[in-house]
Design a protein around this ligand. Structure first.
Ligand code: ZN
Length: 272
């Protein structure tokens, strides 16, 4: 179950599998939006509600602030929804940029969220063993078919207790010197093979940060434009991880090739 809270007047949205964390993040947002309703004088914290007649003051500033947040949220609770998916916002198809370090809890949560609608899962990664392990640990059952594409030599090293021959997973080794054009063609071929099965395809791309770091931004832009065009034709839901701290300015350039940008932060997904 995934929860969502969305501000009425802005794009601010938070999603999480944790209801309490969703609510806490929403409360913080609402309090921040209304910080001009707070007055500190000496040891006292005073506040008044912009939505009703309630006003209060407290000598315990921490408690006063918590009361303020709780009270404001009492007006905003109807905006909390459950049983949603982040991709509902893009009708379940298209490309999402996920700002997060590739190897992190937030990224793993995003993977589970964005791959789980898929009967067929395609992953481009330099950490193939970790990805297969995650599917095993976090999915109730294996997707019908999974294709893991990687440049890593000896891709299954580190995978314990899983024999590839016993699971519905195929590993495709990519040439380390492969250009972006060939990569698009290879992904396209995999999709062409999988499409006739008729299931929903979900796609994960882990190596965008490396591409941006190494390549020219315009070439990366063109690559993503072509790849996303191909994926869209097959109704694929795709997500791309981008290391947010290093990539803010590049993402301004690449923004048009994505249908949505979110940030993965622990158990939370955020959109501003
Ligand atoms: Zn009120």
């Amino acid at each position: 179950m995934v929860y969502r809270w969305r501000a009425r007047k802005s794009n601010f949205t938070v999603w999480s599998a944790s209801r309490s964390e969703t609510v806490e993040r929403a409360k913080t947002h609402v309090a921040k939006q209304n910080r001009d309703q707070l007055v500190e004088s000496g040891v006292r914290l005073q506040w008044s509600c912009p939505y009703c007649e309630v006003a209060s003051q407290s000598h315990d500033k921490t408690k006063g602030f918590e009361d303020f947040k709780d009270h404001l949220f009492s007006h905003k609770k109807p905006l909390l929804e459950s049983g949603v998916h982040v991709a509902d916002d893009i009708d379940g198809t298209g490309s999402v940029a996920v700002m997060s370090k590739v190897q992190s809890q937030g990224a793993d949560n995003a993977r589970i969220h964005f791959l789980s609608p898929g009967n067929i899962v395609i992953i481009v990664t330099t950490h193939p063993a970790d990805r297969i392990q995650l599917l095993k640990n976090k999915f109730n059952e294996w997707p019908e078919w999974t294709v893991v594409m990687t440049t890593k030599s000896d891709p299954l090293s580190g995978l314990s207790g899983i024999e590839l021959m016993n699971i519905p997973v195929e590993v495709v080794e990519l040439d380390k010197k492969m250009g972006l054009g060939n990569l698009t063609e290879t992904v396209s071929r995999v999709i062409q093979e999988q499409e006739p099965k008729g299931g929903k395809i979900t796609f994960e791309f882990d190596v965008l940060t490396e591409l941006i770091t190494k390549g020219q931004l315009q070439r990366v832009f063109k690559f993503l434009h072509l790849l996303n065009g191909r994926l869209k034709k097959a109704n694929v839901l795709s997500h791309y991880f981008v290391d947010q701290e290093r990539m803010t300015s590049s993402m301004n350039v690449l923004d048009p090739v994505f249908n949505m940008q979110i940030k993965a932060d622990g158990k939370l997904f955020l959109r501003k």
